[in-house]
Unconditional design. Structure first.
Ligand code: SF4
Lengths: 429, 174
């Protein structure tokens, strides 16, 4: 019997199985940290007299959720992370001016490689599986042990394979696709499972789009989303690995060990032809409450938010700007765009995208999570509605009493112009 | 070891997420105790009032996929500082479940039929539940009604509960 990519990664990283097949203790290649869930772990380590890290080169840290600090408490959280990074010689620490949303900046810096094990005190760590890695969100205690010992426990991974055939229509994106998949699986459908995305639709996708897809695996309960590494992966990573390999082909050959065997055992295999898939949007307050934009068209909104670890990358800003170019947003809405990293911001500036957003009437913020979790930079008032490119529509997620509709950057931009949920002109019905 | 015995809070809904258990705006608190007044503040459940319904409870019984969403360990902490160390459900979101055991608390899975039975027979009553970790037995009682349920608690999970959490265990073993 063959193995899945997740099983292969587990085999390579297994430290031991202290209770038989019940649990695997895995060695970690990377431990990512941000200022919301790490300070508590740091404080606990300090109070135990264990203010150490297992390997400062394998720990990467960023202040991203609330930056610049909005009050004394968030300033304190930033300070704890900053001081800890300095004391422990963590060189890859990103503070304001160089910081961006964790799941955008860490891949951009080349910190994730095929075959890696990655944890972070953040549920959307599943994003990094787009590189053919096993990457999982954990709580502060797992994070603390990860920082101290470089290990973490996981049950044997079961995998749902999702084969995506056909070709996405113009104006339909990986965000629409993952909303459709979550609707199919439900919010509990992939609990404790790895979600493996394969097929011609994935082969044709950029790394950015694959990250959007894997980012939302957790919304179906998935432990990690995974795409097989291919030439797209190698091209993305090339600036970081070019000294390690004689050629891109050699890199691809090495990385090709991180694909599932043809006779691997799956918990479930689902196959979809997505050629007819339309732009999708959520209603209600669970990410599996999904309809086509067509069905939801005309529903009024108060705010548009384009950003986050789901859809705040350059590709997303290009798509939104293509819709907004030459248009003004409705007088009834306010628009906020947060490029996810400084590099994305600079690129958007160089390409004239920032000017398009501003001319349309958008506010452009610095890279941060901010409004995505209702912490800063665009919190909703009671009863308000936001059209958002983020990943969670839980009640109160972007502010107490607020409602969130999740959608692609194209739909969000079109919705900004009309003030009502609207299909983008890029999608020709 | 923590206390695993006491009055029961029945939450009759699936997919209760960690944002509902403790909203993101409280994640800037740096002590567990500060989370106490905000537990389940945003829970969407008809008839539930966090200000009156949580006090004095030690066990939660709920439906499927409890604790989905964010990885925040603030969710188990908010339960813990309110004296709730056990949740019984059909299943749990992976990260939430691991966080519970990592804190020396228990997230116990029961078959749907047993959860249905608990709601039918005991919700609305002055019900008490006790977990016997060594025997893996849950005792449910209200007035003259009483049930004993055999449950599965993995050896690793037991070990974390006994050790007081994953940091203690890992520090000894890795
Ligand atoms: S952008 Fe939103 S979902 Fe992503 S890491 Fe930040 S808060 Fe979490």
């Amino acid at each position: 019997m063959g193995k899945t990519i997740a099983q292969k990664i587990f085999d390579r990283h297994l430290v031991n199985k202290p209770f038989g097949d019940e649990i695997n203790v895995l060695r970690l290649d990377a431990v990512f940290c941000h200022e919301i869930t790490t300070p508590i772990a740091i404080n606990d380590l300090v109070s135990r007299g264990k203010d150490r890290v297992f390997d400062p080169t394998k720990i990467k840290a960023v202040i991203d959720h609330v930056t610049p600090a909005k009050d004394s408490k968030t300033a304190e959280q930033g300070k704890i992370l900053r001081d800890w990074a300095r004391r422990n010689n963590i060189k890859d620490f990103f503070d304001i001016g160089r910081n961006g949303v964790c799941h955008a900046i860490f891949p951009e810096k080349g910190f994730v490689r095929p075959g890696y094990t990655v944890i972070m005190g953040d549920s959307h760590t599943c994003t990094h599986g787009a590189f053919g890695a096993f990457a999982a969100g954990v709580g502060s205690t797992d994070l603390e042990v990860g920082i101290l010992k470089g290990v973490c426990t996981f049950k044997e991974p079961k995998t749902i394979k999702i084969v995506l055939n056909g070709k996405l229509q113009e104006g339909v994106y990986s965000k629409d696709l993952i909303l459709f998949i979550i609707k199919e699986l439900t919010v509990n459908g992939a609990t404790n499972m790895v979600m493996e995305f394969t097929g011609p639709v994935i082969d044709a996708m950029s790394m950015e789009s694959r990250m959007t897809l894997c980012n939302m695996a957790i919304e179906a309960g998935g432990t990690c989303g995974v795409c097989y590494p291919d030439m797209v992966t190698v091209d993305y990573l090339w600036p970081f690995i070019k000294n390690d390999f004689a050629s891109k082909e050699a890199a691809l050959k090495e990385y090709s060990q991180w694909v599932s065997d043809a006779d691997a055992e799956y918990h479930e295999v689902r196959e979809y032809d997505v050629t007819k898939l339309e732009p999708m949007v959520t209603y209600g307050n669970k990410p599996d409450q999904v309809k086509t934009v067509r069905e939801m068209e005309g529903a009024p909104v108060d705010q548009i938010y384009i950003g986050s670890c789901t859809n705040g990358r350059i590709e997303d800003l290009r798509i939104a700007a293509a819709v907004l170019k030459g248009n003004k947003i409705s007088d009834n809405v306010r628009g906020i765009v947060s490029p996810a990293t400084p590099a994305i911001f600079s690129q958007a500036l160089a390409e004239g995208l920032i000017a398009i957003f501003q001319d349309a009437g958008f506010c452009v913020t610095n890279p941060t999570c901010g409004a995505c979790l209702g912490m800063s930079n665009g919190v909703l008032a009671n009863g308000e509605v936001c059209a958002s490119t983020t990943n969670r529509n839980f009640t109160g997620r972007m502010g107490k009493g607020g409602t969130v509709h999740l959608m692609s950057p194209a739909t969000a931009a079109a919705t900004a112009i009309t003030g009502k949920i609207t299909n983008s002109p890029l999608f020709k019905k | 070891m923590k206390n695993f015995k006491g009055k029961v809070l029945f939450l009759d809904r699936s997919d209760i997420n960690t944002d509902e258990i403790i909203p993101a705006k409280y994640l800037t608190e740096s002590s567990k105790e500060a989370l106490k007044p905000f537990l389940l503040e945003d829970l969407e459940l008809a008839g539930f009032n966090p200000r009156t319904d949580i006090k004095g409870k030690a066990v939660i019984v709920t439906r499927a996929n409890f604790g989905c969403g964010s990885s925040r360990e603030h969710a188990p902490w908010a339960l813990e500082v309110n004296g709730i160390n056990v949740v019984l459900a059909e299943n749990f979101a992976r990260i939430f479940r691991q966080n519970m055991y990592n804190c020396g608390m228990m997230a116990i899975e029961l078959p749907k039929e047993q959860i249905d039975m608990l709601f039918k027979k005991y919700s609305g009553k002055d019900c008490e539940i006790e977990v016997d970790l060594a025997k893996s037995i849950i005792t449910v009682a209200a007035g003259s009604d009483k049930d004993q349920l055999q449950v599965k608690i993995a050896d690793f999970d037991k070990c974390l509960v006994e050790a007081g959490g994953w940091v203690e265990y890992a520090d000894k073993n890795y």
